[in-house]
Write a protein that binds this ligand. Structure first.
Ligand code: CO
Length: 481
């Protein structure tokens, strides 16, 4: 079909994730702002629906490893990218950290993110308990920005179905987001386990019930995502997330170039200039050698075909093997895979995404090495106590009793909104920080990352050893969603 014969259609929109999830997925989030600037203006002229430039693990790695002020990147990029909206990934009440923060912190963080140039907030919760997104949503809307509600995709069977993750579950969740005032809905398939035909059914069902724009975010991890996108596109998905080819595939998102090429001459033609994308890809190839030490090279296959068999996401497997190595028990990995499935079921079948994936993985290791729930982490106790929110399925009463026995934070599970159990944090942090707190940005960053941010701010202000350094509680390290 040539251009003249093209049917009037419904062009597929594309969100570019090269500057956030792309390098987070394959280069441990190490891309520097200086390597984005040379192509920023060209990227702006491509016609992306949005560009994801912040959130996820960027805040952590920028100050911890790159010596960059995490607040600065969107401000800098805004000078070059003036037309394309900026998107960020935010973990609801977890923000861009690894625990639940009090409402005063969440509100101030979202206000600040709006101020530095974020236009679209993709907000999710690891348990799909949307009460953990209420404070975020309220501030996003109050600032006149876009609240994109994301549902974490998960499975309780080899395909859509089983005891929790049915078609009906996802439609119901999307409706909940619509009722919360979402401006768009996103299916967030962080594990790359959404199969093509399930995507077709899922997108068709949600599109039928809900008029909001529908996004699909999938990772290439299992090798299915390009096929999955194509079926979702056929079913009418409005926006898909991609990266430029050098930062795509592997555990990242599908590449944009084949999608643009595949849709040419169809009603869903993107209208994007393929030649321009190829030139942008060349820039990434030219800077890639700087980052290649972070690329996983332990095997030839660029897909993790194990995911197809056991559905345990790649990021979680590297955490598990690390933990087993430390305990000198790497030979028990096969048992651990089975135990992860059981532990997840015991914990009410939550999606395997940060921070819950780390909590379940670590507990599965303890269960195999010491017997089921003989040793239990405090994070798992908090999960059972209800402090992360409501699990998709209830946790068995006997098991709850066993796990919470003598737990100092409580023995009876709570059912309220998790943030309602947290005291405000900002004023206390200011006191602890003393001279180190020179702006509200400093205070927020310190609350999220007390230990590493203290070092960062000391260096920034040329201070040797502030009196409170080293007294903060450290955060849990882990792969981000
Ligand atoms: Co992602």
């Amino acid at each position: 079909m040539n251009k003249a014969e093209k049917m009037p259609g419904n062009p597929l929109k594309i969100q570019d994730n090269t500057f956030r999830d792309g390098h987070q997925s394959i280069y441990a989030t190490r891309m520097r702002t200086e390597d984005m600037i040379p192509i920023a203006e060209e990227m702006d002229s491509c016609g992306f629906h949005a560009m994801e430039v912040w959130g996820g693990a960027t805040f952590d790695t920028m100050h911890r490893f790159l010596g960059e002020d995490p607040w600065a990147r969107p401000r800098i990029l805004k000078k070059y990218i003036t037309k394309t909206p900026f998107a960020m990934l935010i973990r609801g009440q977890n923000l861009v950290g690894y625990r639940h923060y009090a409402d005063d912190v969440v509100r101030a963080f979202v206000d600040k993110a709006c101020e530095i140039g974020i236009d679209v907030f993709r907000c999710f919760d690891a348990l799909n308990d949307f009460r953990n997104m209420e404070s975020c949503a309220e501030r996003i809307k109050a600032n006149g920005k876009q609240f994109q509600g994301a549902v974490c995709y998960s499975l309780t069977d080899v395909r859509l179905g089983g005891e929790v993750y049915t078609l009906d579950y996802f439609v119901r969740k999307a409706k909940e987001l619509e009722q919360m005032g979402a401006d768009a809905i996103c299916i967030k398939d962080m594990g790359g386990i959404l199969s093509p035909y399930d995507a077709y059914d899922l997108v068709s069902a949600i599109k039928k019930e809900i008029k909001l724009p529908l996004h699909l975010h999938s990772h290439y991890t299992s090798g299915m995502a390009s096929m999955t996108y194509l079926k979702a596109i056929e079913a009418g998905v409005d926006v898909v997330d991609t990266c430029l080819a050098p930062f795509a595939l592997r555990t990242s998102m599908p590449a944009i170039e084949p999608i643009v090429a595949a849709l040419r001459g169809t009603p869903r033609e993107t209208g994007m200039d393929l030649r321009k994308l190829l030139v942008l890809g060349e820039h990434l190839e030219s800077i890639a050698p700087k980052y290649n030490s972070h690329l996983a090279t332990h095997k030839l296959s660029i897909i993790d075909n194990g995911v197809l068999a056991h559905q345990i996401p790649g990021g979680m497997i590297s955490n598990l093997t690390g933990q087993l190595k430390e305990m000198n028990a790497l030979d028990r990995l096969g048992e651990i895979y089975k135990e992860v499935v059981q532990t997840r079921k015991d914990m009410g079948s939550p999606p395997l995404v940060t921070p819950v994936s780390q909590i379940i993985g670590a507990q599965a290791v303890l269960n195999v090495l010491f017997g089921r729930y003989v040793r239990v982490s405090n994070q798992l106790k908090d999960l059972v106590l209800g402090l992360y929110g409501k699990t998709p399925m209830p946790i068995d009463a006997e098991l709850t009793k066993k796990i919470l026995k003598n737990y100092r934070r409580g023995q009876e599970p709570v059912s309220g909104r998790p943030a309602d159990y947290l005291e405000p944090e900002i004023e206390a942090a200011k006191k602890t920080m003393g001279d180190l707190a020179r702006s509200d940005e400093d205070v927020l960053a310190y609350i999220l990352y007390p230990a590493t941010m203290t070092k960062f701010l000391q260096a920034k202000y040329g201070m040797e050893s502030p009196k409170e350094a080293g007294t903060e509680h450290s955060h849990k390290k882990g792969a981000a969603a």
